[in-house]
Design a protein around this ligand. Structure first.
Ligand SMILES: [Zn+2]
Length: 419
């Protein structure tokens, strides 16, 4: 049965048969890639980025920048690019039409059929994707850091990544994910995008999204699941460590705040662009490919600083909703109202002056103090697990430090090619 992904295109895994891989790689030039590119190779090869079959060529990039669409008209909002400098191109002797073998930490990872080599105006790209060309925007900084030439062409994975513990159960690519959803019998599944350890405000974002998804017509007691899809990629100092994010999200199910019947946790390799509304549209494509029917969007989705209005992502999604095969579920902020004595949604009760918003800073100071907070704010099981992760994986801290960046076990490795 064909699995249909974003843009109505079939999801195809681009992975070599292990028996054929050594012969296909033999004699190819080897080009090492950094983690940023390796993450995207995985995204392309497993169909997370369907309908992309490789890194973008100039026509697709130009169309994404100017119309938020691939050249064939499919909605697409974020460039997926492979960059190289003129020096590197000369050193490797690479030209259009070449096929090379991309290596990651010295092991063959993927075959790259280079269709074209081109340049593109990075400032124009930033202005369109991020709504600003300021280099202090992290997405712009990432774009300006690209080397001057882009290489477009198809990718085929040579060796599947080995996902290292504790992440291994959570890497569930699109085709496998769809199988699991069918096994569970879920008729509607709503995505929760995260790069956080969950406090109860996050928990209620999920619970609220579950209610909204459940209540959609026709109501026939649908089986509704929440899929937590954690973004695992480039880390910045002060972020929660990846191990704490993925394990605490799953802890909400294990501790019974959700259950097997309605909650699952998984990860996607992706470096956040902080593109706000444009990234929200990208997330719709990504989660369509994972087999989701609904996608929850909260306040300032994938935003950073004050670059985007709190509900800009909702407005942009509304303009393309008819062309998406995933239904956005829009949510306001959840907060704590001491007067009501419960978690409530922004704009619901009339105690605005008493509302306590969940700020990152507040939660951070709670975690740093190491004193167990009230269970209404932070679930004790989640809190204990954060502390455990700090010891076990974070060199004493649940937040990313230089030591963590230098010494952590990588999330995935590419095993050497057999034969
Ligand atoms: Zn209240």
């Amino acid at each position: 049965m064909a699995e249909i992904g974003h843009g109505g295109k079939e999801i195809v895994e681009r992975i070599l048969d292990p028996k054929e891989a050594p012969a296909k790689v033999r004699g190819l030039k080897q080009v090492p890639v950094r983690s940023q590119i390796a993450n995207e190779v995985i995204g392309i090869a497993y169909g997370f980025f369907c309908p992309l079959s490789g890194f973008m060529g100039k026509e697709d990039l130009d169309s994404v920048v100017k119309r938020m669409r691939l050249k064939d008209g499919t909605i697409w909002s974020i460039p997926i690019l492979f960059d190289m400098s003129d020096q590197e191109l000369a050193d490797y002797g690479i030209k259009e039409g070449d096929t090379v073998c991309l290596t990651y930490h010295d092991n063959p990872m993927a075959i790259f059929e280079i269709r074209e080599i081109y340049t593109y105006d990075k400032e124009a790209m930033c202005q369109s994707i991020f709504g600003t060309a300021e280099s202090k925007h992290p997405g712009c900084a990432r774009t300006y850091a690209y080397k001057d030439k882009f290489l477009g062409g198809d990718i085929t994975l040579v060796t599947p990544p080995k996902i290292n513990p504790p992440f291994d159960p959570y890497f569930i690519p699109p085709l496998e994910m769809r199988k699991r959803f069918r096994e569970k019998g879920w008729q509607r599944i709503v995505a929760h995008q995260t790069r956080n350890v969950p406090h109860t405000g996050h928990e209620w974002l999920m619970k609220g999204a579950w209610f909204q998804t459940y209540a959609e017509l026709p109501i026939e007691k649908p089986l509704v699941g929440v899929l937590v899809n954690a973004i695992i990629g480039e880390k910045r100092k002060g972020d929660y460590i990846d191990e704490a994010i993925i394990l605490t999200q799953d802890e909400l199910r294990k501790s019974g705040y959700f259950g097997d019947h309605n909650h699952m946790t998984s990860l996607t390799f992706w470096d956040m662009r902080y593109a706000g509304p444009k990234e929200a549209v990208f997330h719709a494509a990504l989660r369509t490919n994972l087999g989701l029917t609904h996608h929850m969007y909260g306040r300032d989705h994938a935003g950073v600083g004050t670059y985007y209005g709190p509900y800009d992502a909702h407005h942009l999604l509304a303009t393309v909703q008819d062309e998406l095969s995933i239904t956005p579920v829009y949510s306001m902020n959840w907060l704590y109202c001491p007067h009501c004595g419960e978690i409530t949604s922004e704009g619901l009760c009339n105690h605005k002056k008493e509302w306590q918003k969940f700020s990152g800073t507040l939660i951070r100071s709670i975690v740093e103090d190491g004193v167990k907070p009230p269970r209404l704010i932070f679930r004790p099981e989640v809190f204990d697990l954060v502390m455990e992760c700090a010891e076990k994986y974070g060199f004493g801290s649940p937040f990313v430090t230089d030591e963590y960046l230098a010494k952590r076990t990588p999330v995935f490795t590419i095993p050497p090619l057999a034969g």
